[in-house]
Design a binder for this molecule. Sequence first.
Ligand SMILES: *[C@@H]1O[C@H](CO)[C@@H](O)[C@H](O)[C@H]1NC(C)=O
Length: 253
Amino acid sequence: MRRISERTTNSHYTLSIFIILIAFIFDTAQSIRFPDRVAQPARDQSDQHHFQTAVFALGSFWRSEAVFGCLPGVVRTTVGYSGGSKPNPEYRSFGDHAESVQVEYDPRLIGFRELLDIFWSSHDPRQVYGQGPDVGNQYRSIIFVNGTEESRIASVSKEQEQTRSRSSIVTTQIQQLGAFHPAEPEHQKFELKQNTFLLQLIGNLPEEELERSSLATKLNGYVAELCPPNIQKHIDAKINDIIKKGWPILRDL
Ligand SMILES: *[C@@H]1O[C@H](CO)[C@@H](O)[C@H](O)[C@H]1NC(C)=O
């Protein structure tokens, strides 16, 4: 797992102490306050009927969620267990399932093919029985498909990936999506939850709101430094700007 660097965490920590101090000093004027919570922007709820979902398994789901979270057109991500037969899987016993991420996206902004490009470039589909330091069947590589058209697109895409090199086999499976079992709350937006400064910055959302929030979805990728470089920079700038203005609430990106 990649972690936000200690240096960044420390500087964010120092900054938040500084902001809290300022807030304390100007308390009577109530000029700077961390809100307890911020209502979700209304557009999170709009246009839902246009959204589609895709599910992928590509190693640790903490990282998988961050990989897809800040792509333009991705509105929400959820980690869970899929691809197996065990009923009611849990983190300590999910049997034959794979760690998976469900990606909710707006097909007007991003397509299944583009999600597949990100899928291939974000893990090693030729590695057998694990990804990097994560060893086990739960980390296997799977594209879940819904129907024949997605199945065809996935097959073509896998064949293209295989032609990049013939010296090893692309192990990725293509499976019709059965049940997707969402994982426990502590695994959702796992990367973002390591950064209390950013959690404060978006208003310390309650768990259910955090899991539904498009903003949290994006920041989860940002914290893991897995956003496309231009988006990573954009979010950096936005956060710095808020800090400079001394009004530490991030409502959207
Ligand atoms: C699968 O596709 C059908 C029709 O294209 C859609 O109604 C359904 O919601 C999809 N299922 C999932 C799990 O995305």
